[in-house]
Design a protein around this ligand. Structure first.
Ligand code: SF4
Length: 375
């Protein structure tokens, strides 16, 4: 029996301060880090009975770069002691620009971390302040330069568009600046308002607003056009890579229903057709593991209909699209036959195309990918 290697996600749920737009689970009480690391070690050991080999590891958060070299070394050695790691595994860490010194970056390389994703968000100090980021534009640039000097040759940066006070022209300047550093990967997220965020609470109070639908579409198309012209592949709604090799292998697992294991508070896992996720609370996580239980909040067995819908939703968010033969084999559904009328309509409207047995979103289709899957 062939065992498909899984992806491992470790959620490091600590941030020194909370960015105003952020809805990810994290807390500021860094004094809980030692207890968290002990609990994580137990969770790593527990799941080695269910997941054996890994070919991607992703340290995300929160702010994994708050962990010291020794703490990260402890996590990685626990992983190596409990799982088989593929020789060319993609090992990513997310980092805050203000946290990374040259010595720290060299340490990351020594630990085998071969992909670095830096949360830049903007090169404009005013916008960084609006977002509640704790780094400056200069620190962002210096983080990129230091990472290169430390030998990172698979570097990703995150940017946010649609921020109050920006327009297409200023966003183009941001993208051009990003491209000038030639990162291997760029993620561009549209600023959104989650009701749990501080930004949401100030929405409407001080004249702050989000761009209307047309402007948002314009931001999206401009981003896609500019980055593709600069040599990047627009391979997922928000993600661009300078070549196929640099597309995130780890995130690809989420989009293909490949097995993945998520450890740490709030982390999600998927195996066969089962999905489960941990409690989004460090204290509850520590308590459950301390008392010998899995810290699972909820688990579900997805029905064939749910799997079909998810596969359609995720497939149409990627430029690789949907392989119709594999879709039929994996989800027992002949998409072309069962969705004939609506697919024809989407094709006429220039949102999808059919090529060599694949259903592919066009650039305009990617811009409205969330609604495409509701077909
Ligand atoms: S955006 Fe990142 S650094 Fe900011 S609060 Fe959220 S998880 Fe923490």
């Amino acid at each position: 029996m062939m065992v498909i290697p899984a992806g491992l996600y470790i959620h490091v749920p600590f941030c020194l301060s909370k960015c105003f737009y952020c809805s990810f689970y994290s807390i500021k009480s860094t004094n809980l880090i030692p207890d968290y690391l002990l609990a994580l070690q137990k969770e790593i050991e527990f799941y080695s009975k269910h997941f054996h080999s890994l070919d991607t590891i992703y340290l995300g958060g929160g702010t994994p770069s708050l962990l010291s070299y020794d703490q990260l070394a402890g996590i990685l050695s626990a992983i190596h002691n409990n799982y088989r790691i593929a020789a060319k595994a993609e090992i990513t860490i997310e980092a805050n620009p203000g946290d990374i010194s040259p010595a720290y970056l060299r340490g990351l390389r020594k630990l085998g971390i071969n992909r670095l994703n830096i949360g830049i968000q903007s090169f404009d100090n005013k916008l960084l302040k609006f977002l509640g980021r704790r780094h400056s534009s200069l620190e962002a640039i210096s983080a990129i330069e230091k990472s290169r000097r430390a030998g990172f040759d698979n570097l990703g940066i995150d940017l946010i568009y649609g921020i109050q006070g920006t327009n297409i022209k200023s966003w183009k300047n941001t993208l051009q600046k990003a491209v000038s550093f030639a990162p291997e990967h760029i993620s561009c997220y549209q600023l959104s308002l989650d009701h749990k965020t501080p930004l949401y609470r100030t929405y409407g109070q001080n004249g702050f607003s989000l761009p209307d639908e047309n402007t948002q579409a314009n931001f999206f198309m401009t981003t896609s056009g500019l980055l593709e012209a600069a040599g990047y592949i627009h391979y997922e709604v928000s993600n661009f890579a300078r070549g196929k090799f640099f597309q995130s292998q780890h995130n690809g697992k989420y989009w293909r229903h490949s097995p993945y294991l998520g450890l740490g508070p709030g982390a999600h896992s998927f195996l066969d057709s089962k999905r489960w996720w941990n409690k989004s609370s460090v204290r509850a996580y520590l308590k459950e593991i301390g008392e010998g239980r899995r810290p699972v909040e909820y688990s579900e067995e997805l029905t064939l209909e749910q799997l079909q819908l998810e596969a359609l939703f995720m497939g149409l968010r990627t430029s690789a699209g949907i392989n119709l033969r594999l879709f039929k084999r994996n989800y027992d559904m002949d998409l072309l036959a069962e969705k004939k009328t609506i697919l024809e309509k989407l094709r006429e409207n220039g949102l999808v195309k059919l090529e060599r047995g694949f259903l592919l979103p066009t650039r305009r289709g990617l811009a409205v990918a969330d609604s495409l899957a509701l077909i």
